[in-house]
Design a binder for this molecule. Structure first.
Ligand code: FMN
Length: 195
């Protein structure tokens, strides 16, 4: 049996101070495959209406990071025939900054009575949970999408099937330096009490 609440000042302080790390600042080492599988198992402990597990992962590490970079650059050139050499280098390196990139794929079942929106929200929760789990395990990370998350040709090159979408590319590695806090919204204007 699990407790429904587990008060922890440590967890609250962690949530109050955690930050994403800019992808270019992510460097080696990153989690190895064994550690990554532990992080992913924990990350899947998210709310999931009717337990559909409507998500999956594609991991980019080692040579796959350069290989997928070639796919990005090729597609970029198709879309932008005037692309410069610098543009193509940037595209080729898109997944090579961080030691590992995890694509969280939203994989909803549109025929299921659980609305697709709820299934997609679970994928978003999974992205954030992966960041939290990684940070708590000592890894820095960043949730990015960029144009590659929205291009149908790239989706097919990554092996996505109908109804699947990239929920996020989670870049993981080691952060070199502390990061400045970023502005956070005032929450008062966001709150109303329904009458
Ligand atoms: C769905 C989603 C997609 C994002 N895509 C990008 C992106 O493509 N490029 C970017 O610079 N930041 C992107 N961000 C923002 C980064 O994750 C950013 O580092 C983060 O919001 C910083 O906030 P934090 O420190 O509170 O985590 C995205 C955020 C979300 C939620």
């Amino acid at each position: 049996m699990l407790a429904c609440a587990q008060p922890s000042d440590e967890v609250l302080a962690f949530l109050n101070t955690r930050r994403s790390c800019p992808a270019p600042a992510l460097s080696e080492p990153g989690p190895d495959r064994i550690e990554l599988s532990k992080l992913l198992r924990l990350a899947t402990r998210v709310p999931d209406h009717r337990r559909l597990a409507p998500w999956r992962f594609i991991i980019f590490d080692g040579a796959a990071q350069q290989q997928v970079g070639t796919v990005f650059a090729k597609r970029f050139l198709e879309l932008h025939p005037q692309a410069s050499a610098d543009d193509l280098t940037r595209e080729r390196r898109r997944f090579s900054c961080a030691p590992v990139v995890v694509a969280v794929i939203s994989s909803p079942d549109p025929a299921h009575k659980t609305p697709v929106w709820e299934q997609e929200l679970s994928a978003g929760a999974l992205c954030y949970n992966l960041l939290l789990v990684a940070n708590a395990a000592g890894w820095a990370g960043n949730w990015l999408s960029q144009w590659i998350a929205f291009d149908t040709k790239i989706a097919s090159d990554l092996g996505l099937i109908a109804n699947e979408r990239v929920a996020g590319f989670i870049h993981l590695g080691t952060g070199q330096e502390p990061i400045r806090e970023r502005p956070r919204p005032e929450i008062a204007p966001l709150i109303s009490y329904w009458r």
